[in-house]
Design a binder for this molecule. Structure first.
Ligand code: AMP
Length: 503
């Protein structure tokens, strides 16, 4: 029975009749057809039900990137359960919090971690899946028959993804079948993905970008996917002449630019390079165009909202912006309860079928950020230009308030980044006895040139009001980043927290 509310029924329907088409290749593994993909997903669903998984139960998964892991995701949701992927870098102490919070029925982990996970899994059944696709999960999947997706309503949960938790405790974002299906369909059409596409997939599959944006869009398009276990410039460049699209975080692009093999000829078969999850520097955008002839398409979203805005496929892809609200998504920029004027900075709010159902077991947190009329307060600062393009200026919590004045880090960072001899920078606020907070710039000089802190300060003194000028400029070899390429400003604030401490 076909259930048109069900995410997996909808994904599956998109490739019906195409069972012999190639879906995916993984390094050192045989390729997998669409028919094999969904047959394996059905066996996973049957195995989970046999383990006692009921609709609405959570299945927590901390495993490497394999075709079996993708089938486990599809199978979990087919069974009416809630897929809960966990970053493979999380330690047992971190995993213990997620398992305690989400109380999953089943936990799937790498066999190397079975003992530590079993010790923290509570009442959950623990099964294993390794980087080759083997383990006790696979043993219980083998030989099972077909499975009809358990009927679900559009607002029933398909996944819980914990946010990276840069402030306070990590929160479980509850995503429904309709949140995921509607957003992936919109993106497929907006970015014109079809069965002729071959997508290079080097992102992790425990995060919204690699799991939902990349995988679901490819499945809805009936496209082929070249899965790589992670970022690897050699493997990406090797795949590129036969591929048509790449989805990456900005660091993919900065690293590929360092490789001499990246040329217009090498990228000739590609039609689309997409970037998101962290800001793409204007400089990277321009260099990429010079080196490949392609303009990177930058989009913006977050775990709680899926994707909210995107630069256009056909129209101008404007560097330094994240484009327009996607079809069906509304966006507004607010300050103290009112929309700001064009060009002014405020907090970005979004509303639409993409917006999540709330934070798992945190009704108060949910009520603070997801308003009764459906507008979700993203916590990102943004502005919109006269043509409607939105620019993300940074996180609201990264705003620096010095001597009572607001300083938007992005404004200072953009000026520093434009200087010859600078690769990139991060501007933070650190405690200061007089000003409350002081503006501090952490700057990475570029490899070819050198630049001094004095020179940076001198240029900024002509361009910025005194209160916005950094009180200290520190030169470093690189900025701390997480797996999604996001600069960890919290870590920087900790490292430089006592720069102005009174001795
Ligand atoms: P996550 O929930 O891990 O996907 O992180 C979402 C956050 O990443 C957003 O709230 C933004 O702060 C940031 N982000 C995502 N895409 C972009 C982008 N294109 N430009 C700037 N920041 C972005």
């Amino acid at each position: 029975m076909y259930d048109d509310n069900h995410l997996i029924s909808q994904l599956h329907a998109a490739s019906k009749g195409q069972e012999t088409r190639n879906f995916a290749t993984f390094p050192a593994r045989a390729s997998v057809t669409y028919g094999e993909l969904y047959a394996g997903a059905e066996r996973n669903a049957a195995a989970l039900v046999a383990m006692g998984v009921k609709p609405g139960d959570r299945v927590a998964v901390q495993v490497e990137k394999t075709i079996e892991a993708i089938q486990l995701y599809l199978g979990t949701v087919m069974a009416g359960a809630v897929f809960l992927p966990l970053n493979t870098a999380y330690t047992s102490a971190e995993v213990a919090y997620f398992l305690g919070d989400a109380t999953p029925r089943v936990v799937v982990c790498d066999p190397a971690r079975i003992e530590e996970v079993a010790a923290i899994a509570g009442a959950a059944r623990v099964v294993t899946l390794d980087a080759k696709g083997l383990g006790t999960l696979t043993d219980s999947v083998v030989g099972r028959g077909g499975f009809t997706p358990v009927s679900r309503g559009p607002d029933d949960l398909a996944a819980i993804l914990y946010t990276s938790g840069t402030t306070g405790r990590s929160k479980g974002a509850m995503l429904s079948h309709d949140n995921l299906a509607s957003n992936s369909l919109t993106l497929r059409d907006y970015w014109q993905f079809t069965e002729r596409d071959v997508l290079i997939h080097a992102l992790p599959i425990f995060h919204t970008h690699g799991l939902f944006v990349a995988t679901n869009v490819a499945l809805f398009a009936g496209a082929r996917v070249v899965f790589l276990s992670g970022f690897n410039a050699d493997q990406i460049l090797q795949a590129m002449p036969q591929a048509t699209a790449l989805m990456g975080v900005p660091t993919f692009y900065t690293r590929l630019l360092q490789d001499a093999r990246l040329t217009p000829e090498h990228a000739a078969n590609m039609r689309l390079f997409i970037s998101g999850s962290a800001p793409l520097l204007v400089d990277t955008h321009e260099q990429w165009q010079a080196r490949t002839g392609h303009r990177i398409l930058e989009r913006y979203g977050m775990t709680e909202t899926n994707m909210s805005t995107s630069n256009p496929y056909e129209g101008e892809r404007r560097a330094g912006t994240v484009g327009f609200p996607l079809p069906g998504v509304e966006a507004r920029i607010m300050e103290q309860g009112h929309e700001v004027a064009l060009g002014e900075t405020g907090v970005l709010e979004v509303r639409g079928p993409n917006v999540f159902q709330g934070y798992w077991q945190m009704p108060e947190k949910t009520a603070e950020e997801l308003q009764a009329d459906g507008w979700f307060i993203t916590g990102d600062l943004a502005r919109q230009d006269a043509d409607g393009y939105i620019t993300i200026v940074g996180r609201q919590k990264d705003l620096v308030i010095t001597g009572g004045f607001n300083v938007y880090p992005k404004e200072v960072e953009s000026l520093i980044d434009d200087l010859p001899g600078v690769l990139e920078s991060a501007v933070i606020g650190v405690p200061h006895p007089d000003f409350g907070e002081a503006v501090v710039a952490i700057v990475v000089p570029s490899a070819e040139h050198s630049i001094s802190a004095e020179r940076i300060a001198e240029v900024l003194s002509d361009q910025l009001a005194k209160f916005k000028q950094p009180k200290r400029i520190e030169l470093v070899a690189e900025l701390p980043r997480n797996t999604m390429g996001k600069v960890q400003k919290k870590a920087l604030r900790e490292d430089y927290g006592d720069l102005f401490a009174q001795k």
